[in-house]
Design a protein around this ligand. Structure first.
Ligand code: PGA
Ligand code: ZN
Length: 402
């Protein structure tokens, strides 16, 4: 039984306050979870409140319904109580930041009581033995850095790595190679919010640098490394057109542009290539690049802002054939149970579920466990930087012990 839920303000990686929750149980179990925070958030995400407000409201409305009343190991009940206590569809009362911190802390307390690692508690005995390939953010811009690329993220994908550890080090190597290639080209590169290089170059040059960095490192390590993108196209979309630094594209042109990029660079992954309301465009692109029905041959077309980890949004997408994968960010929906629901629905319909961090992060490692527990094909959690390596290093430990 949960005996205490403590909430506090802690720092996130951008230096902003975020919510941390500690859950303690009668039998001595303990779990801690912290909410991440997005910068290029989707319109349909659950609401993040200012940390102080989220904490005050959760203390008043949710904590009394949890303490002494719910078992930490009973994740569905914990998350149901959070929903009931909040009473809205979008967690605008207690904040999705308080909700997700408590939800994750309860899961960890549940695992602690069992003496089991979190992934085992979340995934049980039937998860199989697949480990996620980390997608490493190497070059980026848009909402994550000023005066850099239009495309938000260029992501290394070490699909041929024999282990998670090899993949993690390969991504770091691609990140390092990209820095050196940029330096050779005279491009000073600061880092964006997720630790990706944020040089003042256009997308075309970023593709060049990325392709070179990936092939250099692939040669060194001796396994296949491809790459992918998070276009975060909602941020480019204005009054019916995609506005790039040097050009504009109509929705049809955007579909063709992305399909050409997939072809030209053999991209393995494209996230949010179109606006978050354009199910039709997503369907058209998926038809072009992701619809052979043979897993492993296609490009993953992934909905982040499109689906926002929301079962109803995903149902709509499935009906229209929009995308073939969903990005899963627990704080977009507010609870682990609902993140699991989205993953399950995706699975049933042949969509891959990719687990992801946010641009604002903490040392919390829940998503590493979630990705392993659900046998996600990919996890997006950056390449370097402490709040990113917290997850990557946890994956290395999990693989060693699993
Ligand atoms: P965000 O960006 O966390 O700032 O929303 C990450 C993403 O778009 O995937
Ligand atoms: Zn995204």
């Amino acid at each position: 039984l949960i005996t205490e839920v403590r909430l506090r303000r802690i720092l996130d990686s951008r230096g902003n306050p975020t919510v941390e929750a500690d859950v303690s149980t009668e039998s001595g179990g303990f779990g801690r979870g912290a909410a991440p925070s997005g910068a290029s958030t989707g319109e349909y995400e659950a609401i993040e409140l200012p940390a102080e407000e989220a904490i005050a409201n959760a203390r008043e409305l949710a904590v009394p319904r949890l303490e002494g009343q719910v078992y930490a190991g009973d994740q569905r009940s914990v998350d149901y109580v959070l929903r009931e206590a909040d009473g809205t569809d979008d967690f605008s009362e207690i904040g999705a930041n308080s909700a997700v911190a408590i939800s994750m802390a309860a899961a960890k307390a549940g695992a602690d009581m069992l003496g089991a690692p979190l992934y085992q508690h979340l995934g049980g005995a039937f998860r199989g033995n697949q480990f996620p390939t980390p997608l490493g953010n190497v070059i980026g811009g848009a909402e994550h850095a000023a005066d850099a690329t239009d495309i938000q993220e260029f992501l290394a994908a070490p699909v041929g790595a024999p282990s998670v550890a090899d993949a993690v080090f390969a991504n770091a190597a691609v990140h390092g190679a990209a820095r050196d290639i940029l330096a050779e080209r005279g491009e000073a590169a600061a880092k964006g919010d997720e630790g990706a290089w944020a040089p003042s170059i256009d997308d075309a040059e970023a593709f060049d640098v990325m392709a070179e960095a990936v092939s250099q490192v692939a040669e060194e390590v001796g396994f296949e490394i491809r790459f992918g993108l998070d276009v975060a196209a909602t941020e480019l979309y204005e009054d019916g057109t995609y506005v790039y630094s040097d050009t504009e594209r109509t929705p049809d042109e955007q579909v063709d542009y992305i399909a050409d990029l997939v072809e030209q660079y053999d991209l393995v992954y494209v996230e949010d290539p179109l606006d978050e309301n354009d199910y039709e465009g997503f369907a058209a692109l998926t038809e072009k690049v992701g619809a052979s029905g043979h897993p492993g041959e296609d490009c993953l077309v992934c909905g982040d802002d499109l689906f926002v980890t929301n079962v109803e949004r995903l149902e709509e997408g499935i009906e229209e054939g929009a995308a073939n994968s969903i990005l899963v960010k627990p704080n977009q929906i507010g609870t682990l149970s609902e993140a699991f629901d989205a993953i399950e629905l995706a699975r049933e319909h042949g969509y891959d579920a990719v687990v992801s961090h946010r641009s604002g992060e903490t040392e919390d490692t829940t998503i590493a466990h979630l990705a392993v527990a659900t046998a996600a094909p990919f996890i997006k959690t950056g390449a370097v930087g402490g709040e990113r390596t917290a997850k990557l290093n946890e994956l290395i430990r999990i693989e060693e012990n699993a």
